[in-house]
Design a protein around this ligand. Structure first.
Ligand SMILES: *Cc1c(COP(=O)(O)O)cnc(C)c1O
Length: 417
């Protein structure tokens, strides 16, 4: 059974001050997880997590991770600006973008960010815009399918990202000739992997490529960025990843491949979003309508504009019915079947379809789990719906609004009447 990190009585306290819907984040969970990650890679002196800003672009969250040593991974102008305003600078920032506009290269270079080139043609672009920095990274795409133990995890061959093996060699040669002195390698080959083997298998590929690049080009490779892709168990029956086992797995291939090549001073970087935040955020919403036609519907006050994943990819998000007015339903038997819907004029605006849940009454609070990453950040404004705010539940039980809900004025701010 999936547990909520917040109790019904705490939610009632919060909703007296801040009406539903809102995304709620668990400070203690975020901090403990960030420390576990550091412990898992403590064998690597240069290890650093660069939190993928797109997952949760909220300054209070970025600053919380910053306290635990994290940098940031950006892919757009506003992500760069937000990171700068939060005090990240220079080597605290990875810029792993693709189809990159000129002005974003310029901004990243001004910040002193580590630029991760998605394509070999970006070398000429960057050279003419800002010159080639001393420290640079290239993104690799091996093509084909990414398999772990004969199971296909994802299809890099269909992905728009990164350079082919031949292009990486060409890029390193060209960059070296243009004055680059420190090189990094990056790849993101499978998404939301609930497997302790993803990082070790990916790392082994990148480590072997690094050895080949050092031999062929004489490049000084100082870091390898395993990027994101480490998943979380959205389904209650899934076993979570064990980050300690993952860290050990990467250490094993590091010693096996980089050790004999005399390259065991390479720093490991990660760019995780989902693993860092998803389980430590939830969408809190209230049942406002019920409807009985060919199916049983419960209408809530949140909609796909607050959480797009179910509508977009049919993603499963667990729901706990919390109850109301002292009626705690969080442990009640799931003896009803509902579609839980938002109010968009789109039939895919359903947080759950044919879901077994306890009886829901109008007024009940519902917690939609695992929305801490790629939740609020994917929100949009279809049907003129306004996106919800965000609240941080502190380790001491206090809570703080860290982003207010949108207002009609926000929605109208860009139009010309
Ligand atoms: C999205 C993304 C990440 C984070 O991915 P998660 O699956 O959230 O860990 C990291 N790096 C890059 C380049 C990305 O595009």
């Amino acid at each position: 059974m999936k547990k909520t990190f917040v109790t019904l009585s705490k939610l009632q306290e919060i909703t007296e001050r801040h009406p539903t819907p809102f995304h709620l984040y668990d400070e203690r969970g975020i901090e403990e997880n960030a420390e576990r990650l550091k412990a898992a890679f403590s064998w690597n002196a240069g290890f650093r997590e660069y939190f993928a800003v797109k997952a949760t672009p909220t300054p209070a969250i970025l600053k919380l991770l910053q306290k635990h040593g994290c940098g940031v991974d950006c892919a757009s102008m506003t992500e760069l600006i937000m990171s700068e305003k939060c005090g990240f600078k220079g080597g605290d920032v990875m810029f792993s973008s693709n189809d990159t506009p000129d002005e974003e290269f310029v901004k990243a270079a001004q910040l002193g960010a580590i630029i991760n080139l998605d394509d070999v043609t970006h070398i000429a672009a960057l050279r003419s815009l800002t010159g080639i920095p001393k420290k640079i990274c290239c993104r690799f795409n091996p093509g084909g399918a990414f398999e772990i133990a004969n199971k296909i995890m994802d299809n890099p061959g269909d992905a728009k990202y990164g350079m082919t093996r031949e292009q990486i060699f060409e890029a390193f040669r060209e960059l070296k000739a243009l004055g680059a002195e420190e090189f990094g390698l990056h790849a993101f080959l499978a998404s939301n992997t609930v497997s302790n083997d993803y990082y070790p298998v990916l790392a082994a590929q990148l480590f072997r490529l690094a050895v080949d690049l050092k031999r062929a080009v004489g490049a000084n490779i100082t870091f390898i960025n395993l990027s994101g892709g480490v998943g979380v168990p959205y389904l209650p029956e899934q076993q979570p990843n064990d980050i300690m086992v993952i860290g050990e797995g990467v250490r094993r291939v590091y010693e096996e491949i980089l050790g004999p090549a005399g390259m065991d001073d390479i720093a490991i970087f990660t760019e995780m979003g989902r693993f860092m935040l998803a389980p430590y955020g939830c969408l809190v919403t209230r049942a406002i309508r019920e409807k009985h036609i060919y199916k049983e519907y419960i209408g809530v006050d949140a909609c796909a504009c607050d959480l797009m994943r179910p509508a977009l990819y049919g993603a499963y998000h667990h729901i706990t019915v919390m109850g109301r007015d002292g009626i705690d339903k969080s442990g009640a038997p799931a003896d009803h079947t509902y579609d839980v819907t938002g109010s968009l004029c789109e039939n895919n605006d359903k947080f759950a379809v044919d879901r077994a849940l306890p009886k829901i009454d109008v007024g009940d609070l519902l917690v939609i789990h695992d929305t801490g990453a790629h939740g609020r950040s994917m929100g949009y404004n279809y049907n003129g719906k306004l996106r919800s705010g965000e609240i941080l539940l502190r380790a001491d039980g206090s809570f703080e609004l860290i982003r207010r809900a949108e207002t009609a004025e926000d929605y109208f701010a860009t139009v010309v009447w």
